[in-house]
Design a binder for this molecule. Structure first.
Ligand code: GLP
Length: 261
């Protein structure tokens, strides 16, 4: 696992967007796995800047969703499909025909989950999966005690996650659905490159447990330790509880530029 400590959220966004841009130059039809939440926004802004500057072509890029609320109509402004359309697809000029995600309104939720896992595999798998992290160490919506080999399935949110996400529902925690569909941890680990971005001190405990703690279902993001190409990008706040912070700084500072992350 590579840990990169960046000065702030903006430079973290630029670093990850550069990795996506390099991937797209090498593989123009790459499948990018994208996450919601506030943390990835600087990535999407920086990638859109690359596109508008003409130094990367996303006309063949494909986008895959990580997770979704169950029961919110797709056109609800806070369904993750709507959020990703607004924050990723439209700014990049990518059409919905290049987008894939689970159906949060399906009658047969389990069937929809299995269909999504199959669709990801049939699409050739995710090339780069961007993740945020919850304050309890969740990735996607895999809450603590999720199986580390789980597949896409329905999950019940913890109250903490519902409280954390209430800000997207005008602060009304009752409006946050209890149930979600999320790519499983096993599904996420099938991506060729997994990049977790975390910013701010509120994420420092979760980051330290994920990077330096034991691999444990209590901290779902710790499963990234099992991935052959996992990159954790953190700002100073999110890095503030890492014991090996100086080592991580030194390692990245000595890395040749051409290697990227
Ligand atoms: C939600 C999403 C996660 C995201 C997390 C953190 O739970 N399902 O994918 O990582 O929020 O969000 P934020 O980046 O806003 O802190």
């Amino acid at each position: 696992m590579e840990v990169v400590i960046v000065p702030d959220a903006k430079s973290g966004g630029e670093l990850v967007a550069e990795a996506m841009a390099r991937l797209l130059r090498r593989k123009p039809d790459a499948l990018l796995g994208v996450a919601t939440g506030s943390t990835p926004l600087p990535v999407y802004e920086a990638l859109a800047a690359h596109v508008h500057a003409g130094d990367v072509d996303v006309s063949r890029a494909r986008i895959a969703q990580l997770d979704e609320y169950v029961g919110l109509p797709a056109e609800h402004p806070e369904s993750y499909r709507s959020v990703l359309r607004r924050e990723v697809l439209e700014p990049l000029g990518i059409g919905m025909d290049a987008f894939m995600g689970p159906d949060g309104t399906a009658q047969d939720v389990q069937g929809a989950c299995e269909a999504y896992d199959r669709a990801l595999a049939e699409a050739g798998g995710v090339d780069l999966q961007l993740l945020g992290i919850g304050t309890d160490g969740h990735i996607g919506f895999n809450e603590p005690c999720s199986s580390l080999v789980s597949r896409t399935r329905i999950k019940t949110l913890t109250e903490q996650t519902r409280v954390d996400n209430a800000r997207f529902f005008d602060g009304d925690v009752d409006a946050v659905p209890h149930h979600v569909i999320t790519q499983g941890i096993g599904t996420i680990l099938e991506a060729r490159h997994v990049v977790l971005l975390a910013t701010g001190e509120a994420k420092a405990d979760a980051v330290a447990a994920s990077v330096e703690g034991a691999v444990a279902a209590m901290c779902p993001a710790s499963a990234l330790q099992l991935h052959p190409h996992a990159t954790v990008v953190v700002d100073e706040g999110a890095a503030s509880k890492l014991k090996l912070a100086d080592y991580f700084r030194h390692t990245f500072a000595s890395k040749p530029d051409w290697q990227g992350i």
